[in-house]
Design a binder for this molecule. Structure first.
Ligand code: SF4
Ligand code: SF4
Ligand code: FES
Length: 447
């Protein structure tokens, strides 16, 4: 069916919420409480629009589209409604944007600049509430900045069903909090920071480290397990150290992770900042080594499809037996996003027909005299006795070893992963070149 929004004709499906149609078509619709993965609550009233034929403005998060609906989002009447709502929201707000970590990505700040009534009518002192409260799980709360949208409380009551957060008190003393003696403590807790539309909930890990307007973003995929949650990598170039990754944020994908990440995956960005750089040997030495007999290669199941193909080609050319061992952890999966398969791409390993059998690997290892190890995670706990080995690593520092080649980690590479549900996804490199070449470039030199 077709509807009209501000004289623009839009195609949509019967039964869709008006706010979803607007968000999916990048039409600006101010809103605090509605979230595409939490649903409607109708408490903030910021999504008011005029509907032709209706007596009063309606909230877009509770309006279903119907054929020939005519919607107006910009009018003096609507602006006045939003101005009044913002005046109420800001009545007791500290308006401390210059020192707030959310500045630059805060909905309240954006809407205030668009519609705000800049002169306060308040004649009595503002109500004081708690500030810099540690909720647990890296989450900090400033109750004075909260707009009581209930996104965070709905997340813990409806999504994780752990129920740590609630609204306590009434009227102007209503505030978000945890029950006395309790803390926010679940493996997905940090999602509330991203869900909070204002600076009330901030991440202890990220806050005060960077102003968000200095950050660049690349579209990527979390490599923490086989779910393949979609992420944005936020990074910038620092004065002395080249590029630094500051955080992972969830990137919405309705089929895979909606708008959520687990805290383990969210914080896994730190490994990427500690990558091994450079080489301890030359390509010429490696070419010589490849002439030896009895060679074995071990690939990581978190490498991209392209990287696995490059390794497979190298192995076929030089008559090397190739293996890939899975990273199963029976205590990691939880039936929601986290899976027991902690590799990012085991499905590609299987698609390419690479051997994953531990027994066959163990037997081949007995025979082998030279090991090419592309499994940088196993490097942490697996050594190959007194056998000669060449380490290829993108994240972990290698143990002292004669032959070691660093290659670009996944933040600096573009590639393909297949997740646990068989969904093929692409991730993209950040704008900066890593000091290390990509693995495909490195292996190309051995041809
Ligand atoms: S803390 Fe943030 S998410 Fe929670 S109710 Fe307040 S404004 Fe909404
Ligand atoms: S569930 Fe897996 S893929 Fe998703 S954020 Fe966590 S570790 Fe990463
Ligand atoms: S977003 Fe519609 S009422 Fe809050």
């Amino acid at each position: 069916m077709r509807i009209t929004i501000d004289d623009i004709s839009i195609e949509c499906e019967e039964g869709e919420l008006l706010i979803d149609v607007m968000l999916n078509n990048n039409i600006n619709i101010p809103h605090f409480c509605y979230h595409q993965d939490l649903g409607a609550d109708g408490n903030c009233r910021m999504c008011m629009v005029e509907i032709k034929g209706a007596k009063r403005p309606q909230i877009a998060c509770d309006t279903f589209v119907k054929e020939n609906l005519e919607v107006i989002t910009k009018s003096e009447n609507i602006n006045e409604v939003k101005r009044s709502i913002l005046e109420l929201e800001l009545l007791n707000h500290p308006v401390d944007c210059p020192i707030c970590d959310q500045a630059g990505e805060c909905k309240l700040q954006d809407y205030y600049m668009d519609y705000g009534l800049y002169e306060s009518h308040l004649t009595t002192p503002k109500t004081k509430k708690g500030k810099a409260i540690e909720l647990g799980s890296n989450v900090m709360l400033d109750q004075e900045r909260c707009v009581l949208c209930t996104r965070c409380t709905r997340f813990t009551s409806e999504i994780t069903k752990t129920g740590e957060l609630g609204i306590i008190g009434r009227g102007d003393s209503a505030r978000v909090g945890v029950a006395p003696g309790h803390e926010l403590n679940n493996p997905y807790a940090m999602n509330v920071v991203e869900l909070c539309p204002v600076g009330a909930l901030t991440s202890k890990d990220f806050r005060f480290k960077q102003r968000v307007w200095f950050l660049d973003t690349s579209k990527s995929i979390c490599h923490g397990c086989s779910r393949g949650c979609n992420i944005s990598i936020d990074y910038n170039e620092t004065k002395y150290t080249r590029e630094k990754i500051h955080r992972f944020r969830a990137r919405r994908n309705a089929r895979i992770n909606q708008s959520f990440l687990c805290d383990y995956g969210r914080l896994s960005y730190k490994e990427l900042n500690n990558s091994f750089k450079g080489t301890s040997s030359s390509i010429e030495d490696l070419k010589e080594l490849l002439k030896e007999d009895k060679k074995l290669a071990l690939a990581s199941p978190s490498l991209s499809l392209e990287q696995l193909q490059a390794i497979q080609t190298l192995c076929q050319t030089h008559n090397i037996k190739l293996f890939c061992l899975a990273y199963y952890d029976e205590s990691f999966g939880d039936g929601w996003l986290k899976t027991n398969d902690k590799s990012a791409n085991l499905a590609s390993v299987k698609k390419l027909g690479i051997c994953t059998c531990q027994e066959e690997f163990d037997a081949a290892l007995q025979e082998a005299e030279l090991i090419l190890n592309f499994d940088h995670t196993l490097l942490k706990h697996q050594e190959f006795g007194n056998k000669k080995s060449v380490q290829f690593t993108s994240t972990h520092l290698p143990p002292a070893c004669g032959y070691c080649f660093g290659f670009a980690n996944f933040a600096h590479d573009t590639g393909t992963l297949i997740n646990c549900e068989g969904i093929t996804q692409k991730f993209y490199a950040t704008r900066f070149r890593d000091k290390n070449p990509s693995l495909s470039e490195l292996l190309e030199q051995l041809r």
